[in-house]
Design a binder for this molecule. Structure first.
Ligand code: SF4
Length: 860
C-alpha cells in the first residue's frame, strides 16, 4: 500500500505519527465492488480531530451499507506529509484504497467549524481538484458539503457544488444513487446539478446569483423562489447508526465509542445555534442504545463509552439507561462518560454509576456568571443547582471540575466578567465544604460569536481588541486564585465570526488567505493572522460588514433562503427580549414556545424523513442480544500468565509502542478471553510488552505477556487473540509463564536484527563492499563512542560493548546482535546509524527486521 499510487511507503517512516495514514484500522471499509460509486467523506482537519466527529462516522457507515456505494475517509494531512505531497506533486488520496481524490465520484465535506474552511480548499487543492465549481468537468468528483456550517453556505459557495441542509442519513445515499445513475448517462454536469437542486434540502449555489443593494448588502437570490428546507430524520431508532465503528490506531481527541442518545435540545439558549438547527428533540430508545452499545463494544474492544446529545441530562430515561449500561459494562471495565451535562441535570445515581469503573471528567457550562446576563441569553440555570453539583461531585470523590463561560455576550458589562471569578470561587468553596482537601477548577472562556439562524444573528460581535482587553482583565482577576484559565484566541473568534455571518463576498477573502498560506486556522500554532490581515488588505473586504449589527432586522440576511424551520419573527422576538434581559422559558418538548418549527406555524417546516429507505439495513425492533462471549473475569488472585510471540509486519510497522499496546489491549477485549485488569483509578487489561521496537522496523520476535483471571490453555489464548489482531500483527506462538517470573523487559538478554540494504545502483560503488569496510572498521575498533542528546542534556555512550555480533551475510545484508549492558539495551537505530554513519543519508534505503529475542535461561 502506498501513500501515492505507484510510490513506496518509505515516507511513513519520516512523518509524525504515521499510524494516522494507514487506513487499515479495525472496521474500516476494505475494498469497493466493481461498479461502486466511489465516495470520499472528509472532515476537513487532521485525522485525530476528524476521526472524533460522530456525524462523519454515521455517514460513513450509512453509505457503506448502501448497495452500489463505497465510502472512504479523507483528512487533511499534517504539515510534514502535506509538504511531501506538494514537493512531489503527488495527489492527496483516500485512506482506505489510496485513491487520488480527483478520481472519486463524490467528495463530501462535513462542516462543523468555520475555521476549517481553508482546510477545505487545501484538501481540494492537494487532491488536484479545481477549487471553483465552475472549472470542474464531468470527470471531476461532485463536491458536497453538509453539517451545521452549511446553514450559511455562502462563504463556500464558489467551491462547493451542492450543500446538503440538515440530517443527511437518508438524503446523502439518495444523492449518491442519483449521481451513480447520472454517470451511466450522457447528461452534463449542469444537468446533474439541476437534478440535485430539485431535491428537497439541497442547495446548488451555482444556479443562483446573489443580488445586492447599493451598500453591497445582499437582498435576494436571482432564480430562487422557495427556501431550502432542512431535512429532519424523525425516528432515530429507525435511522442508521454505526454499530461497528472504526477503531483508530493513533490516539484521537475522543478515543471511545460515542452513541448519540438524542438529537436536538429542549432548551432555548439564545446564543445556541445547535438548539435551532437540530430542532425538534428526538430521542433514541434505551433498547436501541443498549443494542448499539453491545454490538459496538464487541466489534471494537473500546474501554470507554460515551453518551452524546446536546444536553444528555435531559434524556428522559437517563437514570435507568445508565444503570442498564453499567450492569453490562462494569465487569468488562468499560468506563461511561457523559460529556454534555447541563447544570441542574447532574443526578446522584448517575454519578454513582459512572464512578464504578472510572471517574470520567465533568464539565458544567454556566456560560454567563451573573443571573442578569443568564436571563439575557436565556440560560436557565439555578445557581443553587451549580453548587449542589459541585458538592455532589466532591462528595463522590471527584477532585476537579471544568467550567465554561463566554465573554462578549449581548448586554455584557465589566461586572458580568468580574462575576466569573466570584462564581467559580463559590463553586470551589461548595466543593471543599462537601469534602475538604484540594479541588481544581478549570475556567474555560471563549469569546461569543453570533451565529446565523439564532436570535443574536443581528447582534454585533465583540471586536478582537476589546475581547483581548476583557480576557486580560479576567486573567488579572484570576491571578493568585489557583484556578486554571483557558481561553480562545480573540483572532480565532474574529475569523469564526467573519465566516459565520459572511456572504458570498467572503469567499474571495477565504481564497486569498489560502493562497497566501493560511490553513489549520483553528490551531493556535498554525494560525497566521498576519496573512489574514494581508488578505483583508488585498481584497479590500471590510470585516465590519459581517461583524457589525445589521441595521434593519427586516432586511434579508445572506442565509435567509436556508430554512432551519424556526421563523425569523420568533428569533427577532427573542432578540428583543434579550436586549431587555428578559428570560423566556423555552421547552421544545413541552409547552409550545411558538418557534415555528412545528407544522401549522409561521414556517413551512422541515423536510421530514420518517422511515428508512431500503438502502440501509437495521433492525431496531430486535431486542438487544446478550453478549455471546463470556464476560471477562476480574480479580488478581490465581492469575494465569501467558507469553505470546507475535510478528509485526506490513503496515503495522508504523504503529508506535504505545499504539501497539492499545491495539493489543483492544484485540484482547474483543476476543472475549478472561483477561485480568489492573487495579486503581483507570483499570485496563493487564499486559506487558517486550522492549519497544523502533517505528518502521519489522519483527518476527515481539512478545506480549497476558494475565488471565481464569485457567485457559496458551493455545486457546493464541487462537482467540489471532482472530482479533489488526492487519500486520500475527500470532506466532504462545506458552504459559510463571506468574512471578521476571518481566519481559527484565529478562531479555539479547536481540538479533537482520539489516538489508538497497541493492547497488548503476554507477555507484558496490554496497556490499562498503558494508564490508564498515563492519571491519567497527569490529577492529575497541570502542564506538556516540553523542546522545536527550531533554537538553548531552551524554556520551560507548556502543561497542553492546554489539554481541556483527556479521556480513550474503548480499548487502548484515546480521546484528545487541545485548544488554548494565541493564540497558541500546536502540538498534542508534547503533545502525553509528555503524553505518557514512550511509546515514540512506537510512530509508535499509530495511531492518528483528529476528530473535533471547531471554534469561534460553528462549521462552
Ligand atoms: S442547553 Fe442551551 S446551550 Fe446547551 S444545547 Fe441546549 S440550547 Fe444549546
Amino acid at each position: 500500500m502506498s501513500l501515492c499510487p505507484g510510490k513506496d511507503d518509505s515516507i511513513l517512516s519520516q512523518v509524525r505519527r504515521p499510524a494516522r495514514y494507514l487506513g487499515s484500522e479495525i472496521n474500516a471499509a476494505r475494498a469497493p465492488q466493481e461498479g461502486d460509486l466511489r465516495v470520499g467523506l472528509s472532515f476537513p482537519d487532521h485525522y485525530e480531530i476528524g476521526m472524533s466527529h460522530l456525524g462523519m462516522a454515521i455517514l460513513y457507515d450509512c453509505l457503506n451499507r448502501t448497495a452500489g456505494v463505497f465510502a472512504e475517509r479523507v483528512f487533511l494531512p499534517d504539515t510534514d506529509l502535506e509538504a511531501h505531497l506538494r514537493a512531489r506533486r503527488a495527489p492527496l488520496t483516500t485512506l482506505e484504497t489510496r485513491t487520488p481524490l480527483d478520481r472519486l465520484d463524490v467528495l463530501g465535506f462535513s462542516l462543523a467549524y468555520e475555521l476549517t474552511y481553508t482546510n477545505v480548499l487545501a484538501i481540494l487543492d492537494l487532491g488536484q481538484i479545481p477549487l471553483h465549481g465552475e472549472e470542474r468537468q464531468r470527470r471531476h468528483p461532485l463536491i458536497l458539503a453538509g453539517g451545521p456550517c452549511a446553514f450559511n453556505p455562502e462563504p463556500l459557495s464558489p467551491f462547493i457544488d451542492a450543500f446538503v441542509i440538515g440530517d443527511a442519513e437518508y438524503l446523502l445515499p439518495q444523492i449518491c444513487l442519483l449521481v451513480r445513475e447520472w454517470k451511466t448517462s450522457d447528461a452534463t454536469r449542469e444537468d446533474l446539478l439541476r437534478r440535485l437542486d430539485r431535491l428537497d434540502s439541497v442547495y446548488v449555489p451555482s444556479l443562483f446569483s446573489p443580488c445586492s443593494d447599493p451598500n453591497r448588502r445582499l437582498i435576494s437570490l436571482s432564480g430562487r423562489t422557495a427556501p431550502v428546507r432542512k431535512a429532519v430524520v424523525e425516528d432515530l431508532d429507525r435511522a442508521p447508526f454505526p454499530e461497528t465503528p472504526i477503531v483508530p490506531f493513533a490516539r484521537i481527541v475522543h478515543d471511545r465509542i460515542s452513541i448519540e442518545v438524542a438529537r436536538g435540545c429542549p432548551h432555548g439558549c439564545r446564543f445556541c445555534q445547535a438548539s435551532v438547527l437540530y430542532r425538534p428533540v428526538r430521542e433514541r430508545s434505551p433498547g436501541r442504545i443498549l443494542q448499539i452499545a453491545d454490538k459496538s463494544l464487541l466489534a471494537t474492544g473500546y474501554e470507554e463509552l460515551s453518551l452524546l446529545s446536546l444536553s444528555i441530562g435531559d434524556y428522559s430515561r437517563l437514570v435507568s439507561l445508565v444503570q442498564d449500561l453499567m450492569a453490562r459494562v462494569e465487569n468488562k471495565r468499560v468506563a461511561l462518560s457523559l460529556p454534555s451535562l447541563r447544570v441542574g441535570s447532574l443526578d446522584r445515581e448517575v454519578v454513582c454509576q459512572i464512578r464504578k469503573v472510572r471517574k470520567t471528567g465533568f464539565t458544567l457550562a454556566p456560560e454567563a456568571a451573573s443571573a442578569r446576563l443568564r436571563n439575557a441569553v436565556n440560560k436557565e440555570i439555578d445557581e443553587e443547582e451549580l453548587f449542589r453539583s459541585a458538592r455532589l461531585l466532591a462528595s463522590l470523590g471527584w477532585r476537579s471540575l471544568k467550567l465554561y463561560f463566554m465573554i462578549g455576550l449581548p448586554t455584557e458589562t465589566e461586572e458580568d466578567v468580574d462575576q466569573i471569578v466570584a462564581l467559580a470561587s463559590r463553586i470551589r468553596g461548595e466543593a471543599l465544604r462537601a469534602k475538604p482537601g484540594s479541588f481544581q477548577v478549570t475556567i474555560n472562556v471563549s469569546t461569543f460569536v453570533p451565529k446565523a439562524h439564532t436570535p443574536f444573528q443581528w447582534h454585533p460581535q465583540l471586536p478582537p481588541r476589546e475581547a483581548e482587553r476583557r480576557q486580560t482583565h479576567l486573567k488579572r482577576a484570576i491571578r493568585r486564585t489557583g484556578f486554571r484559565l483557558k481561553w480562545h484566541d480573540a483572532n480565532v473568534s474574529f475569523l469564526e465570526g467573519l465566516f459565520a455571518r459572511g456572504d458570498r463576498r467572503t469567499a474571495s477573502l477565504l481564497e486569498e488567505a489560502y493562497r497566501l498560506g493560511c490553513s489549520r486556522d483553528g490551531w493556535t500554532e498554525h494560525l497566521r493572522f498576519d496573512l489574514w490581515q494581508k488578505a483583508l488588505d488585498k481584497t479590500g473586504f471590510s470585516p465590519q460588514e459581517c461583524l457589525n449589527p445589521v441595521p434593519d432586522p427586516a432586511a434579508p440576511l445572506p442565509w435567509h433562503w436556508i430554512d432551519p424551520g424556526v421563523s425569523p419573527a420568533f428569533l427577532l422576538r427573542e432578540y428583543e427580549k434579550a436586549l431587555r434581559s428578559e428570560a423566556a422559558p423555552f421547552h421544545c418538548a413541552g409547552d409550545c414556545s411558538g418557534c415555528g418549527h412545528c407544522s401549522g406555524s409561521e414556517s413551512p417546516g422541515p423536510t421530514r424523513f420518517s422511515s428508512p429507505t431500503r438502502l440501509c439495513q437495521d433492525s431496531p425492533e430486535s431486542a438487544p442480544k446478550e453478549n455471546p462471549r463470556p464476560a471477562a473475569a476480574m480479580g488478581v488472585d490465581g492469575l494465569l500468565r501467558v507469553r505470546v510471540r507475535y510478528a509485526k509486519e506490513a503496515s503495522a510497522v508504523y504503529l508506535s509502542h504505545l499504539e501497539t499496546l492499545t491495539a493489543l489491549q483492544r484485540a484482547l477485549r474483543r476476543s472475549g478471553l478472561p483477561i485480568a485488569f489492573t487495579l486503581g483509578e483507570n483499570p485496563h487489561p493487564r499486559i506487558a510488552l517486550s522492549p519497544a521496537l523502533p517505528l518502521g522496523m519489522e519483527s518476527l520476535s515481539e512478545y506480549v505477556d497476558i494475565w488471565l483471571a481464569r485457567a485457559i490453555s496458551a493455545e486457546a489464548v493464541a487462537n482467540s487473540l489471532a482472530k482479533e489482531l489488526p492487519p500486520g500483527l500475527r500470532v506466532l506462538s504462545a506458552q504459559p509463564v510463571a506468574c512471578g517470573a521476571p518481566s519481559l523487559e527484565e529478562s531479555v538478554v539479547w536481540m538479533e536484527y537482520e539489516v538489508r540494504f538497497c541493492q547497488d545502483e548503476p554507477g555507484e560503488p558496490s554496497v556490499r563492499e562498503q558494508l564490508k569496510g564498515d563492519v571491519e572498521n567497527f569490529l577492529a575498533g575497541r570502542s564506538s563512542i556516540v553523542e546522545i542528546r536527550s531533554e537538553g542534556k548531552i551524554s556520551f555512550v560507548d556502543l561497542r560493548p553492546s554489539v554481541r555480533d556483527l556479521t556480513l551475510l550474503d548480499g548487502p545484508i548484515v546480521r546484528l546482535q545487541l545485548q544488554k549492558i548494565h541493564g540497558n539495551l541500546p536502540s538498534p537505530t542508534r547503533v545502525l546509524d553509528a555503524l553505518f554513519a557514512s550511509r546515514e543519508s540512506r537510512r530509508t534505503g535499509r530495511h531492518v527486521r528483528k529476528t530473535q529475542t533471547v531471554f534469561q535461561h534460553g528462549k521462552p
